[in-house]
Design a protein around this ligand. Structure first.
Ligand code: UGA
Length: 399
């Protein structure tokens, strides 16, 4: 396998077996692949493609100005490889692209002797290796059955259903899956808000709902709501795709609105815990990444909440096991090197990302460091009883 990138430094590091992102199990695979000679990293897509049978396009499709996906990286990669593609080779698109993009790639390539197949990815950051090796399904979309079957042949060792469909359906599956998961999270966060209003416990509600196998227990943890490099842009992009096709998918706008409102609600809980006149008061935050187990801050719910606190005049100190400061999106945030330093002199401790290590920290030390006695646990991971025994007020999410 030959992997190409346009970033020379990244390619050099990968050639030395250094993985530039936090991704469980990836470094071992890269080191083993390099040692066996089965894996190589090169600069430039054309170098990788010139003698290959399959060409996977895995470039970013960031959010464009109007909410639709920006296809410029995809088009650039396709134009670069077009002249060097061997006859009968297959270009496989893994990037998340608007409906109709398989055809766009085909047009950019301008090669009638080369096929284009859509093969969307369903990998989560942090667990991408495991997700790839044991997927729930493999989706392949092409109008060329023979090319689709050849791509399906690459997955024969993977134990999962492989479905072959047309390219437009494959592209829709990717967006609909992400938007559905985002909707599930907006829904459960709204239920958590309801639990707070009526005095129910969201943990029990989720358990009781989740025993119904049609609902399932997964992806129902309430929090400061959802973020990351995929859900926000893909949900917006799907709404945009629908609008362009003449369908008003207003449901998705509501899903996005609930998410934004949840950031406000979480910030408001902190403001309420600080009492009157919050200006200049200090808050300690645990967790900055958009979820645990990664070092990615893109569209992080934590940063959304922190920005709102800073805008209210609050001094925020934060800690995250995977982040060293400063952070350009929130320059006023003081990034600390350990969790106890982050809560020093703080009036309120706020948990915004569900890193496991936060469960096991020394609450007595936290208590000694802090000036105030309030905890807002937006991920429901701390022991509320243990905190109350130490004189803290404790507010979770939905209980
Ligand atoms: C998401 C999808 O889960 C993948 O299937 C998809 O392939 C990927 O996007 C993509 O399109 O590339 P990812 O962005 O890595 O994966 O993150 P998730 O694990 O889905 O989490 C997204 C957000 O939802 C995070 O902010 C997380 O904290 C939040 N979340 C997730 C909750 O608040 N509660 C949950 O129960 C689960």
């Amino acid at each position: 396998m030959i992997c190409a990138d346009i970033d020379e430094e990244k390619v050099d590091r990968l050639c030395r077996g250094e993985v530039p992102i936090v991704e469980h199990g990836l470094e071992r695979l890269v080191v083993e692949g390099l040692a066996s000679g089965k894996l190589r990293f090169v600069l430039g897509a054309a170098t990788a493609s010139k003698d290959s049978e399959f060409h996977y396009l895995c470039v970013p499709t960031p959010q464009g100005q109007d909410g639709s996906a920006d296809l410029s990286y995809l088009q650039a990669a396709a134009s670069e490889i077009a002249p060097v593609l061997p006859t009968r080779s297959v270009v496989v698109n893994k990037s998340t692209v608007p409906v109709g993009s398989t055809e766009v790639v085909g047009r950019v390539l301008g090669r009638s002797d080369v096929s284009v197949v859509s093969n969307p990815e369903f990998l989560r950051e942090g667990t991408a290796v495991a997700d790839f090796l044991t997927p729930d399904r493999v989706v392949i979309g092409s109008s060329d059955q023979e090319a689709a079957i050849r791509v399906a042949g690459l997955y024969t060792k993977v134990r999962a259903p492989i479905m072959v469909t047309d390219p437009i359906s494959a592209e829709t599956i990717k967006y609909a899956a992400n938007a559905f998961l985002a909707s599930k999270l907006s829904f459960i966060n709204a239920v958590a808000n309801l639990c707070e209003a009526v005095g129910a416990d969201i943990n029990d509600v989720v358990l009781g709902m989740g025993y119904d196998h049609r609902i399932g227990k997964e992806f129902l943890h309430p929090g400061p709501c959802w973020g990351g490099s995929c859900f926000p842009k893909d949900t917006l992009a799907l709404a945009r795709i629908a609008e362009d096709a003449g369908y008003d998918f207003s449901f998705l706008r509501e899903v996005l609105r609930v998410n934004d409102e949840q950031f406000d609600r979480t910030a408001q809980k902190v403001i309420d815990a600080l009492g009157d006149d919050v200006k200049g008061k200090r808050v300690g935050v645990w967790g900055l990444t958009f979820k645990a187990g990664i070092d990615d801050l893109r569209q992080s719910p934590s940063l959304e909440v922190i920005s709102r606190l800073i805008a209210a005049g609050i001094e925020v100190h934060g800690y995250d096991p995977a982040v060293k400061g400063p952070i350009s999106e929130v320059p006023a945030l003081n990034v600390c090197s350990d969790p106890y330093a982050a809560v020093k002199e703080a009036e309120v401790l706020v948990v915004l990302t569900e890193w496991d290590e936060f469960r096991w920290l020394d609450l007595d030390q936290v208590s000694t460091q802090m000036a105030g006695r309030a905890v807002v646990d937006a991920r429901n991971i701390l022991d509320g009883h243990a905190l109350r025994r130490r004189g803290f007020s404790y507010r979770g999410a939905g209980r």
